[in-house]
Ligand binder design. Structure first.
Ligand code: NAG
Ligand code: NAG
Ligand code: NAG
Ligand code: NAG
Length: 365
């Protein structure tokens, strides 16, 4: 409780000053990044390029590193944080739409092996209706080396976000210590993306994209999120959000919200980001900063918890409410077959045949 109210107070006080501070910082960092890019080129000869073993550090968490005039190889840590920021801003810039929007997903080794989740994810974009071109805007954030190498083999925009001392490579068991760390790392990372001025759709890789969701987003909302259970009213806070799919606009409200969300992990120790969201969504702080939240209707943004039954309307389908990798892969494959079958039907049959899914089968909670 104390931690929450403290961070609330400091967030309110630092609201404006932190912005100009960040500006100065960004200019400083940009300057440093340009100077360092020369060094980066040398380091690439050292085959560091494909194995950025160093950790990523964010803009605002720590003071800017002192600029090393004669950097030795021992200065890796200071150098690498800037190199990472440079790599990230490059990946985002290359992938962004003209209105500075990117699609982001995270990947670890377990989901990156051939014929696993990431392949089904990319396939959904290719067989979806006019979703293929959205792949140009997708950045895959790799949590470990193997995921990064696989990304480079199958996709154009990859970024390596490796956290020292944490092993994200295996199938992180739901609610295990590493799983929680990985989830929270994601929230902190997404805040950085917002601070860099990019709007994003964050999507878990087990969300299949069948149609372009952008026309369906509410352009006035700051934070839009898919649901495990949707109660029928888009701004009803009682809706049960699912953190695996959301669209967030970059502005002061969303940045403050992500900071608050991340800091709330200390208030609710041991909880998953989604559980914490379910608690803080009612908080006065969110009302105070004026964040507009919209919950996305499962009729369009469905999942195994609450399927989007009508194939004429579905935009995305998430393999949520599913335990076990094999069950997930099994049901996702059937889902993609169902979609292909639907797409092959003549238009009049698409409309009249009430096509729906044969899933969930093995997935169920
Ligand atoms: C696919 O998208 C096009 C263009 O938006 C639309 O005309 C067509 O009806 C869509 N097909 C399906 C099956 O949704
Ligand atoms: C941003 O770009 C996407 C993809 O090009 C588009 O669908 C969307 O409508 C744009 N949003 C705004 C606010 O212009
Ligand atoms: C935040 O608000 C300030 C003015 O209060 C504005 O100058 C700045 O552009 C805003 N930042 C974002 C990311 O919207
Ligand atoms: C579509 O579903 C409705 C209600 O489930 C049913 O009454 C109707 O006969 C179905 N139409 C077709 C063409 O299967």
């Amino acid at each position: 409780m104390i931690a929450a109210s403290n961070s609330y107070v400091s967030a309110m006080f630092s609201y404006h000053s932190s912005i100009s501070f960040r500006r100065t910082l960004q200019i400083l960092l940009l300057f440093t990044a340009i100077s360092l890019s020369c060094l980066v080129i040398f380091r690439e000869l050292d085959s560091f390029r494909y194995f950025p073993l160093f950790s990523f550090s964010t803009f605002s968490a720590s003071p800017p590193p002192a600029f090393p005039l004669f950097p030795s190889l021992a200065d890796d840590d200071e150098l690498s944080a800037d190199a990472d920021e440079y790599e990230l801003s490059k990946a985002l810039k290359d992938a962004a739409t003209e209105n500075r929007t990117v699609i982001l997903t995270t990947l670890n080794e377990a989901w990156a092996t051939p014929n696993s989740v990431i392949d089904l994810f990319l396939e959904s974009f290719r067989i979806g209706n006019q979703t293929r071109q959205l792949l140009n805007h997708l950045v895959i954030i790799a949590f470990d080396k193997k995921a990064f190498i696989r990304c480079l083999a199958i996709h154009v925009h990859c970024f390596s976000l490796v956290t020292e001392g944490v092993d994200f490579h295996s199938e992180a068991y739901f609610m295990s210590h590493d799983y929680l760390k990985m989830m929270w790392r994601r929230i902190d990372f997404l805040r950085t993306v917002l601070e860099m001025g990019y709007n994003f759709v964050f999507t878990d890789a087990d969300v299949m994209w069948f149609r372009d969701p952008f026309p369906f987003f509410d352009m006035d909302a700051d934070f839009q999120i898919a649901c495990d259970h949707y109660l029928g009213i888009p701004d009803d806070l009682d809706n049960r959000p699912n953190g695996g799919f959301n669209y967030v606009k970059s502005n002061n409200r969303s940045i403050e919200f992500y900071k608050y969300w991340y800091s709330s992990r200390e208030t609710y120790l041991g909880y998953h980001d989604q559980d914490v969201l379910n608690k803080i969504k009612y908080d006065f702080f969110i009302h105070e900063i004026g964040l507009k939240i919209i919950f996305l209707d499962t009729a369009y943004f469905g999942g195994f918890c609450e399927p989007s039954k009508d194939l004429n309307r579905v935009l995305t389908m998430h393999a949520n409410c599913c335990i076990g990798m094999n069950n997930k892969l099994h049901d996702l494959r059937i889902m993609l077959e169902d979609w292909k079958h639907y797409m092959s039907m003549p238009p009049y049959l698409k409309v009249s045949s009430n096509s729906s899914w044969r899933v969930p089968q093995n997935c169920s909670i």
